[in-house]
Design a binder for this molecule. Structure first.
Ligand SMILES: C[S@@+](CC[C@H](N)C(=O)[O-])C[C@H]1O[C@@H](n2cnc3c(N)ncnc32)[C@H](O)[C@@H]1O
Length: 279
C-alpha cells in the first residue's frame, strides 16, 4: 500500500493514499474500512492491484478503474464514453430537491444527463417526481440508459431517457410551459483551457468544451429552459469557477427571468446559477 501510494504521488495524483486504498478495496471486494481486517492478499490480487495502480499512475480516472462513481445516495456505473459525476454537482441536485419538496408530482428535466447522476438522484430522493433525462452523445446515453435501468431494478420510479440536443427548438415540445425545474450541468469549459489529464484524455469532449467563453451551449439551453418551464418554474445551471458573474449576467440579459442568483460550493467557489421563470 505504501509503495502504491508513493507511486501515485510521484505521478502527481491528488489523493494517492485514498486512491491506493480504494483500488485495493476494489480488488479484494471490500470497502476502504474493510481493508483494516483484510489479511489475505494472494499473489493474483497483488498482481491485479499493481496493474490498476500503474493505470492510475498513467492518470486513468479512479472511477474508470473501479467502474463505479458515488453520487449522493447512488452508485452509478461509469467508464469510457461518459463524464464521471463530480461531488460538487451533488449540491445542484440538493437544490433541485429543495425546490420540489412538498410537491406531489413535480416535472423535472435534466439537460445533458451523462451517467444520469442528477436525474436519477432526483427520482430516487423524490419518488413522485416525473423526471426526463436528455442526452445528445450516443456513447454517453448508453450509460444513462444502463444506470436508469439499474435504478428501476432497485425499485425507483423510471426516469425517461431521451436522445436529443438541449439547444434544439423542437425538443420536448409536449412539455412546453409545464416543467417545475430544469436542471443542467452542461459542457462549460472554455475552449483551450488547461484541464488535468484524467479529464482531457478520459471525459468525452462533448461533456467538456463550451466554446470560446464556455457558454455556447448554455445560450441555447436558456432558450429551451424558458420554453419548457411553467411561469414561476426554476432553472439551475452548473458552471465553471470563473463564470460566477458571467452566467448570472447572461441569464439577466436574456430577459424573462427573476430571482437570478449564484451559489458557491463547500470550498467557497462559485458553482451554479439559479433563476425563476417570470410569472
Ligand atoms: C458535464 S457533463 C454532465 C453529465 C451529468 N449531468 C453530470 O452532472 O455528471 C455534460 C453532458 O451534457 C451532454 N451534452 C453536451 N452537449 C449537449 C447538447 N447540446 N444536448 C444534450 N446533451 C449535451 C454531454 O454529452 C454530457 O453527457
Amino acid at each position: 500500500m505504501a509503495e502504491a501510494a508513493r507511486q501515485l504521488a510521484d505521478a502527481g495524483v491528488e489523493s494517492p493514499r485514498v486512491d491506493a486504498e480504494l483500488l485495493l478495496g476494489h480488488v479484494l471486494g471490500v470497502s476502504r474500512a474493510g481493508l483494516i481486517t483484510a489479511s489475505d492478499v494472494d499473489d493474483a490480487a497483488v498482481e491485479r492491484f499493481e496493474a490498476l495502480v500503474a493505470q492510475r499512475a498513467d492518470r486513468v480516472p479512479l472511477q474508470h478503474l473501479t467502474g463505479r462513481a458515488a453520487f449522493r445516495h447512488l452508485e452509478l456505473a461509469v467508464g469510457p464514453g461518459v463524464f464521471v459525476p463530480r461531488p460538487e454537482t451533488e449540491l445542484l441536485a440538493g437544490w433541485v430537491l429543495d425546490r420540489i419538496a412538498g410537491t406531489d408530482a413535480p416535472v423535472v428535466v435534466d439537460l445533458g444527463a451523462g451517467s444520469g447522476a442528477l436525474a436519477l438522484s432526483v427520482a430516487h430522493e423524490h419518488p413522485g417526481a416525473r423526471v426526463t433525462a436528455v442526452e445528445r452523445d450516443p456513447g454517453a446515453i448508453e450509460w444513462t440508459r444502463h444506470n436508469a435501468a439499474a435504478r428501476v431494478a432497485a425499485g425507483d420510479i423510471p426516469v425517461e431517457v431521451l436522445a436529443g440536443d438541449m439547444t434544439d427548438p423542437g425538443l420536448l415540445r409536449e412539455l412546453d410551459g409545464t416543467v417545475d425545474v430544469v436542471v443542467s450541468n452542461p459542457p462549460y469549459v472554455p475552449d483551450g483551457a488547461q484541464v488535468p489529464r484524467e479529464v482531457a484524455d478520459h471525459d468525452p469532449p462533448l461533456a467538456l468544451w463550451g466554446g470560446p467563453d464556455g457558454l455556447d451551449v448554455v445560450r441555447g439551453l436558456l432558450v429551451t429552459a424558458a420554453r419548457l418551464l411553467e411561469p414561476g418554474g426554476w432553472l439551475g445551471i452548473e458552471h465553471a469557477d470563473q463564470q460566477g458573474v458571467a452566467l448570472p449576467a447572461l441569464v439577466r440579459s436574456a430577459g424573462g427571468w427573476t430571482d437570478v442568483a449564484d451559489h458557491r460550493d463547500l470550498a467557497g467557489r462559485p458553482r451554479f446559477t439559479t433563476a425563476r421563470r417570470e410569472s
